[in-house]
Write a protein that binds this ligand. Structure first.
Ligand code: MCU
Length: 379
């Protein structure tokens, strides 16, 4: 079940990654905005509407650039050569677990454990710039080559390694890969799935602020007088304290943490970037996970999936009543339907939209333009 991948990366080249869609040319720099609602996914930053599937692909590239510029930082392209070695296992499709796989998986699925802390450390504010990502690219590679980005970049190299070795050696089909992770590693799983397009199923678990909750909604939860208390025994946790707690975000984000409405993006753009591929989110009603913000934000994400004709390819389930990172038994059949569809090629995903937490979307998406009349394929 366990595959150990040792990936040696040689002669990296520096530069800025492209979207992969050569026809799209997002700007080099986006201006701050003043938008209290969630930014409109159906309109480019220059105001032009998203009409066709090709437009949506370009808007996805723009979302990627904006999130990199304001929050996550940019990252280098793949190295020009890579050598992978592997102890073969069995199983065709595989779930990559950032720090481990904490969701139930069927026996036909192999599990690849990604020891993410070796790629980029996350042991407090002083750990910035440590890990093999930084060994390759320099600890000061764009102040933004931070934790979340490095996760996404390193996951891409695992996929490179699996492609290079091929299914005959690894027993893994590199075209059927999932990614999961819980808590801080759930933030990483969502971001890795958004940016690494070869992942076919993304399963973030209980990611908390910086993952599934939208920043604007999280701010509103705090400002409404509710105190979001961080564990263990921590104080209330405004955005600025999450950013200073660890090295998950770019230092470029610091300028905006008290002025979130200036960012022409929010975290509903992450599911928008995963679409039309599979996305199954498992959340919890623990206070410090900001359950109302994750419910609202991911429902905005589901509205985007619906707008591109693939509503049921994204599932959201917040049942609560279980310990942090314990997958609830009540959600197993739904998750299995996603694994079956996106990793094992069987059946259709269940239509999953469950939350025990109230969250109203209308005040957050009321200014959105009409969704395009398109149906994406390839999920
Ligand atoms: C989602 O949980 C995170 C939380 O966002 C962090 O602020 C806290 O320090 O760590 C949590 C976690 O990863 O717990 C395992």
């Amino acid at each position: 079940m366990l595959i150990v991948l040792l990936i040696l990366l040689l002669r990296p080249i520096l530069g800025v990654a492209t979207s992969g869609n050569e026809k799209c040319s997002p700007s080099d720099k986006y201006e701050p905005v003043s938008e209290t609602q969630l930014p409109d996914p159906w309109k480019f930053a220059n105001g032009k509407p998203v009409v066709t599937a090709a437009d949506f692909a370009c808007r996805q590239a723009e979302m990627s650039k904006i999130l990199q510029q304001f929050e996550l930082g940019d990252f280098p392209p793949p190295p020009d050569s890579l050598q992978a070695t592997c102890r073969p296992s069995y199983g065709e499709p595989a779930m990559i677990g950032i720090g481990g796989v904490l969701v139930p998986t069927p026996p036909e699925l192999a599990c690849i454990i990604f020891a993410n802390d070796a790629c980029a450390a996350q042991s407090g504010a002083s750990s910035r710039g440590r890990g093999w990502f930084y060994d390759l690219h320099g600890s000061s590679y764009s102040a933004g080559a931070l934790r979340a980005w490095a996760w996404a970049w390193c996951v891409g190299r695992i996929v490179d390694g699996l492609e290079q070795l091929g299914a005959a050696t690894t027993g893994i089909n590199p075209a059927r890969l999932g990614i999961t992770g819980c808590s801080r590693n759930g933030k990483g799983a969502l971001i890795a799935g958004a940016f690494e397009k070869r992942i076919t199923l993304t399963v973030p678990q209980e990611s908390g602020a910086g993952g599934c909750p939208c920043w604007r909604m999280y701010d509103a939860e705090l400002n409404s007088g509710r105190r979001i208390i961080m564990p263990p025994g921590g104080g209330p946790s405004p955005i600025w304290s999450i950013v200073s707690e660890n090295v998950w975000f770019s230092q470029m984000f610091n300028e905006f943490v008290r002025n979130i409405s200036a960012i022409p993006a929010d975290h509903h753009f992450l599911p928008a970037m995963v679409a039309p591929r599979g996305l199954f989110i498992s959340e919890n009603n623990i206070d410090w996970l900001a359950p109302a913000s994750s419910t609202g934000c991911m429902r905005a994400g589901r509205a985007i999936y619906n707008g591109v004709g693939v509503k049921t390819s994204m599932g959201f389930a917040l049942r609560g009543g279980h310990n942090h990172c314990m997958f609830p038994a009540a959600g197993e059949a739904d998750l299995l339907s996603f694994i079956n569809r996106f990793l094992l090629g069987k059946g259709e995903p269940n239509d999953v939209d469950v939350s025990i937490v109230q969250s109203s979307l209308s005040s957050w998406v009321g200014r959105w333009s009409a969704a395009p009349n398109i149906t994406l394929s390839g999920g």
